[in-house]
Design a protein around this ligand. Sequence first.
Ligand SMILES: CC(C)(COP(=O)(O)OP(=O)(O)OC[C@H]1O[C@@H](n2cnc3c(N)ncnc32)[C@H](O)[C@@H]1OP(=O)(O)O)[C@@H](O)C(=O)NCCC(=O)NCCS
Length: 273
Amino acid sequence: MLTSVKIEVRECRPPDDCAVPELPSDVVNVWARSLDVPASVEKACCELLSMEEHERAARYRVERPRKDFIVTRATLRSLAAAYLGTTPLQLSFRYSKYGKPILDGAFDLRSLDLGFNDLRFNDLRFNVSHTEGLALIAFVRTHEIGIDVERIRPQPDVRKLAERFFSLHERHSLERLSGDELQAAFFRCWTRKEAYVKARGEGLSLPLQQFDVSVAADESQALLATRPDPSEASRWILRDLPTGPGYEAALAVAAVGDGKAGQGNTSSLVQVE
Ligand SMILES: CC(C)(COP(=O)(O)OP(=O)(O)OC[C@H]1O[C@@H](n2cnc3c(N)ncnc32)[C@H](O)[C@@H]1OP(=O)(O)O)[C@@H](O)C(=O)NCCC(=O)NCCS
């Protein structure tokens, strides 16, 4: 169980630059990748994709999301391969019932030399989020993880969106805010909720009213309450990530490793460094 976690945020530019650091068990590496890349980089990224990913890219009718998918997926492949001491095209992914990608166990690194991290494919967990111009990719050992980044665009209908997606507690917290403060709190709440949903990996089958996040800035533990099981809240670390201006981002990571979040009974709230 993680009693504390250190989150390190770095920039990267795969496919040219993807040197990764060691990944100790209490560290989360978050990689920021600009998606504003020239056509030559997009082409190089394309070459790292599998046949299935090429087919998926071809299904995007609009250029921007197609390019975002290609660059983000190539970055994910490059970084994951660097952690595992292999090459991007050697990796394959499978998808949970709700679409969360995970490294496919059919590729067994036990027959290969392990990378300097001594990491096996089934120990490496990741999650990806992309928005206009920016992708974030988080890696950790054995712990379920979720990440979300959003471009901050003034939302004229914040209160309506809050009514639709936020819990009663969250809506009450937003009620006393207005103007820029309201906008900032809205995006904090949104990204925190989304990061938690993505860490759980259950998509929108996880009712958004069944948990409360804080809307206040600088929270070291933003998951305030979970229902119907109140102890679930202490099994997750949920906090904001530093990003460039114009973006809001959050990360959720399970305190208990090996997919046991939500199963074990971890008594104390985790600390975040
Ligand atoms: C599928 C979902 C992850 C989409 O999220 P999103 O904000 O549109 O997109 P993001 O860029 O953050 O994440 C997309 C990435 O998450 C990953 N992903 C897909 N399904 C996932 C799931 N069930 N759980 C975790 N990660 C998932 C994929 O890597 C995907 O990228 P890729 O398709 O390029 O590989 C899902 O959470 C969803 O549908 N959310 C709905 C949004 C909503 O109503 N939010 C309310 C929040 S208050």
